[in-house]
Design a protein around this ligand. Structure first.
Ligand code: AMO
Length: 434
């Protein structure tokens, strides 16, 4: 049983005279006495249903005039070209059915006329997503996932899934959500890092994973969530430069695909959309620090992590996507490979959007003894990493990889103010429902 023959967006004035069946939400109902209009909205647009009192039966006119906003309706009728109506057509109905009536009042106004607080919108997210400008972001996200998967497949990268319930920390022992796992304590994984590296030891050579990461951080910012989707890759027989090239290609492909295939969604977002130009600038941590010191009076020392203010300053100065490379070994995780001749610097990198960090990655330590030493050097106990370290004892190819935050990619691509706007049901410090 298909309840519609067309989406509103597929009806054009050229099919004047065709009978169609549309289904969607009652966006607006206007009864002007002798004539009534029902604006039907579906995910592809709007259609004006015009009822002339003299031409339709009384009962239908009365029913339409009494429909509550946002009720689910189905309309069968004839397409008529009408320059003044949205999309250049109207529907002269032969049958209008209310499939499900909406209660009054609505929990929020789903039209775009009224500005609404983010919290109110998130409390009634199902209704918020009915707004074309909100829906557009999630349709674009789906398009981005599709093109990224294609991009990875074309590079011979295999899609994998790794566990989200784990026994131990991946990235240093902090910021994990504990859960009860039968008689033991377990944790929600904060990154597929250790597993994707182990798969290099498994000879899988090139893997990618798109899945949730969990961070029990207390952050309450516009760019942090406690559950996020991360796009991770790991590649054997490759170094940091090789995977930076893959990352740059992934980001540019995503933008390009959206520019070419998502014009309806971009129009709903009212965006001036620019595809970033490759190659992205690559500057070292030390160069970035010099730039920041020149431009602003900051007491930052070599070895400090870049604070938000410095990141903002660099973003404004550089003005486009850029890579920050060659970080101090002391502030990158234990799995990041130090340069042989300058062990205080490592082959870790971040991909930056002028507004924030989008991804981080590195060439990894693949030597067992060095990895044990690096784990110890970070004040961690190697015995907790035995399942991981084991994969480094029987032949581990050199490898590199990265993790890219999907919501941050979408947020920056679509110039959204808050990362929560790039997640259907966000999880943050205060929000566990819906
Ligand atoms: P990192 O911790 O930098 O690196 O995470 C990678 C990317 O994931 C996104 N991200 C987040 N997005 C929203 N809210 C959060 N709380 C959050 N935390 C991370 C960011 C970030 O750049 N194992 C490494 C990756 C690697 O080296 O392969 C890692 O997890 O966009």
């Amino acid at each position: 049983m298909i309840l519609r023959t067309h989406y509103t967006g597929d009806v054009t004035p050229e099919i004047d005279g065709t009978e169609v069946t549309l289904a969607g939400f009652a966006h607006e109902i206007r009864n002007l006495g002798g004539i009534a209009f029902l604006v039907l909205r579906d995910r592809k647009g709007f259609a004006q249903i015009t009822l002339v009192k003299k031409l339709v039966d009384k009962a239908t006119f009365k029913k339409v005039a009494g429909i509550s906003r946002e009720s689910v309706v189905q309309v069968r009728g004839m397409v008529k070209a009408e320059a003044k109506a949205p999309g250049g057509f109207e529907i002269l109905p032969t049958e209008v059915q209310v499939l499900n009536a909406a209660e009054v009042p609505l929990p929020m106004d789903p039209t775009e006329k009224v500005e609404c607080e983010l919290d109110t919108r998130l409390d009634s997210r199902f209704m918020d997503i009915r707004r074309p400008c909100v829906l557009a972001a999630f349709e674009i996200e789906s398009a981005v996932l599709r093109v990224l998967r294609d991009y990875f497949y074309r590079q011979g990268i295999t899609e994998v899934f790794t566990p989200k319930i784990v026994a131990a920390a991946t990235e240093g022992g902090t910021d994990l959500f504990p859960i009860s796992y039968f008689e033991r304590e377990a944790f929600l994984n904060q990154s597929p890092q250790l597993y994707k590296q182990m798969l290099m030891g498994a000879g899988m050579d090139r893997v990618f994973e798109i899945g949730p990461i969990f961070r029990a951080e207390e952050h309450d910012t516009r760019r942090h969530l406690n559950e996020a989707i991360s796009i991770d890759i790991e590649v054997s027989f490759a170094d940091d430069k090789d995977v930076m090239d893959i990352l740059e290609g992934a980001v540019v492909s995503a933008y390009q695909y959206v520019a070419e295939n998502c014009s309806r969604q971009l129009a709903a977002l009212n965006l001036d959309f620019q595809v970033p130009k490759a190659p992205f600038k690559r500057i070292t941590y030390t160069e970035a620090l010099e730039l920041a010191k020149e431009g602003r009076n900051v007491p930052m020392q070599w070895g400090d992590d870049l604070d938000t203010e410095t990141e903002r300053f660099l973003g404004e100065t550089i003005g486009e996507h850029y890579f920050l490379t060659d970080w101090p070994s002391s502030i990158k995780p234990y799995y990041t490979l130090p340069y042989e001749d300058r062990p205080e610097i490592c082959r870790g990198f971040d991909l930056m959007h002028p507004r924030m960090e989008l991804a981080s990655g590195a060439q990894r330590v693949h030597d067992h003894a060095m990895l044990v030493e690096r784990i110890r050097g970070k004040g961690l106990d190697p015995s907790g990493f035995e399942f991981y370290l084991k994969a480094f004892r029987y032949g581990m190819p050199p490898h590199a990889g990265w993790g890219l935050g999907l919501s941050r990619l979408i947020m920056t691509m679509l110039k959204l103010e808050n990362i929560r706007d790039a997640v259907i049901f966000p999880r943050d410090r205060r929000r566990l429902v819906p």
